[in-house]
Ligand binder design. Structure first.
Ligand SMILES: CC(C)(COP(=O)(O)OP(=O)(O)OC[C@H]1O[C@@H](n2cnc3c(N)ncnc32)[C@H](O)[C@@H]1O)[C@@H](O)C(=O)NCCC(=O)NCCS
Ligand SMILES: Nc1ncnc2c1ncn2[C@@H]1O[C@H](COP(=O)(O)OP(=O)(O)OP(=O)(O)O)[C@@H](O)[C@H]1O
Length: 406
């Protein structure tokens, strides 16, 4: 089962996107509908609200007077917090039941207006944000849905900002265009990313990309941050630290469009214990980067016992975001080097330029390869001699500047 979180500010078009996804075959769980269900007459939810806000929030027929409650909570942070404290746990429980009843191969889309506010992003394999500028949202709510303008604005003020939503978004859908303008984009997302992602997740397949350099992407650190949040959740306290490493962690450095992350653990046995949870979260283990090289790490730092370079290696199931996940043991040379090498490149423009040249040559060598495995092997081989020296240089730099990895 692939779990997608769908969110956006009020009036941005979540329901519109949900409908397109439902037509394509997704199982949609709508939090606004669940929120209504848990306060139906006779429920624990409605009793809780009456205990909190009094009988004045009931209509004559005993049902919740929604406009009356809305008038009390939008514009009053404390009252809204009391409302949320009553209903959110009930919404969460019922949502879990609905999600668990979906088929094993379902793409489940949870439409959650308050996903960002509730910091729920890491619970999902992917977060989709629907965006429309606030003034246009007000216009649509007032003109198309008859929402009073002050109510629309009060709700917006009670929600996350566009900037906060952008930071949480793996996929950003701009719904500023005319009706229907998102149809093709959502269909392409479904066919090219969500369906293959679900298949990969179920079969344990990982996404591989040919080693081609792309210009530095300023959104890499944000993408890594979301990946790290998901990995922390999957690993729990067994992960002593989860860090963005590699070229995508060095601002301005062109790189393969693959995010590298290091999970530090206290033993290889601890890394092995994480294989199951990581695979379930969409990050299955790979035996080796290349077909012929059972020890994928660079044979560098010759003074150290090669066994101390051992690690576990995982990839990702999302076709839209290739990742390399390195599990290494705390204090072993490879674990330290990953962090020191990153910090050295961040601090030293000349080292960065040198490394870029090495990567360009490696890319050229990989370009002639017959298949993926050969290409990666050629790419890694071309970089290894430089890495051997870079290991010593970066470690010397760390000692000289008295840096422990930041
Ligand atoms: C206050 C209530 C009774 C008003 O009902 P009403 O029918 O007017 O609105 P409805 O529930 O359809 O929500 C419409 C939109 O308002 C916004 N909204 C609703 N509740 C909240 C909230 N607690 N905080 C911020 N925005 C909210 C969302 O964008 C939502 O999509 C109702 O919104 C409610 O019970 N809210 C608490 C549950 C909740 O948080 N729901 C939203 C996400 S799960
Ligand atoms: N591209 C568009 N152009 C114009 N109007 C649109 C567009 N997309 C959606 N709308 C309209 O804007 C309004 C809000 O859209 P929708 O109901 O999908 O938003 P929502 O994010 O689900 O809102 P809510 O937060 O209330 O659940 C609706 O009346 C919808 O028909």
């Amino acid at each position: 089962m692939l779990r997608i979180g769908l969110t956006g500010g009020i009036g941005a078009g979540k329901s519109t996107v949900s409908r397109i996804l439902t037509d394509l075959g997704a199982v949609v769980v709508d939090s606004d509908l669940v929120a209504r269900e848990v306060v139906e007459p006779g429920t624990e939810g409605l009793a809780g609200l009456v205990a909190e806000f009094g009988e004045s929030i009931l209509q004559a027929d005993g049902r919740l007077d929604r406009p009356a409650l809305a008038a009390r909570v939008f514009g009053d942070d404390a009252a809204r917090a009391r409302l949320n404290a009553v209903v959110h746990p009930l919404i969460g429980r019922r949502t879990t039941e609905l999600v668990e009843s979906a088929a094993a191969d379902a793409v489940v889309v949870q439409d959650i207006p308050l996903l960002v506010e509730g910091r729920m992003g890491a619970l999902f394999n992917l977060v989709i944000v629907v965006y429309v500028d606030a003034e246009e949202r007000v216009r649509r709510l007032v003109e198309l849905r008859d929402v009073p303008e002050h109510d629309a604005r009060a709700r917006m003020a009670a929600q996350a900002t566009d900037e906060q939503r952008r930071a949480a978004a793996d996929v950003w859908l701009d719904n500023s265009g005319p009706p229907g303008s998102l149809d093709a984009e959502v269909k392409a997302l479904w066919e090219r990313r969500l369906v293959p992602f679900e298949e990969n997740l179920r079969s344990g397949a990982v996404v591989r990309v040919h080693p081609t350099l792309v210009p530095a992407d300023p959104s890499w650190p944000d993408q890594a941050r979301r990946l790290i949040e998901r990995l922390r959740l999957a690993c729990g306290p067994t992960a002593l630290s989860v860090d963005h490493i590699g070229s995508t962690s060095v601002p301005g450095l062109d790189a393969k469009d693959v995010i590298d992350v290091q999970i530090t653990v206290d033993s290889l046995a601890a890394a092995d214990a994480l294989a199951g949870p990581l695979a379930a979260a969409g990050y299955p283990r790979i035996e080796s980067i290349t077909r012929d090289d059972p020890k994928p790490d660079y044979a560098i730092g010759g003074e150290a016992d090669p066994a101390l370079w051992d690690k576990r290696f995982h990839g990702g199931a999302d076709p839209g975001r290739p990742v390399n996940i390195h599990l290494r043991v705390d204090g072993w040379p490879g674990q330290r080097f990953a962090l020191v090498f990153r910090d050295w490149l961040r601090a030293d423009p000349a080292a960065r330029a040198e490394y870029l040249e090495v990567k360009r040559r490696a890319q050229d060598r990989a370009a002639g390869a017959a298949d993926y495995d050969e290409a990666i092997a050629a790419y890694v081989d071309a970089k290894t001699p430089w890495f051997d020296a870079a290991y010593r240089r970066s470690m010397e730099w760390a000692e000289r500047t008295d840096r422990s990895p930041s």
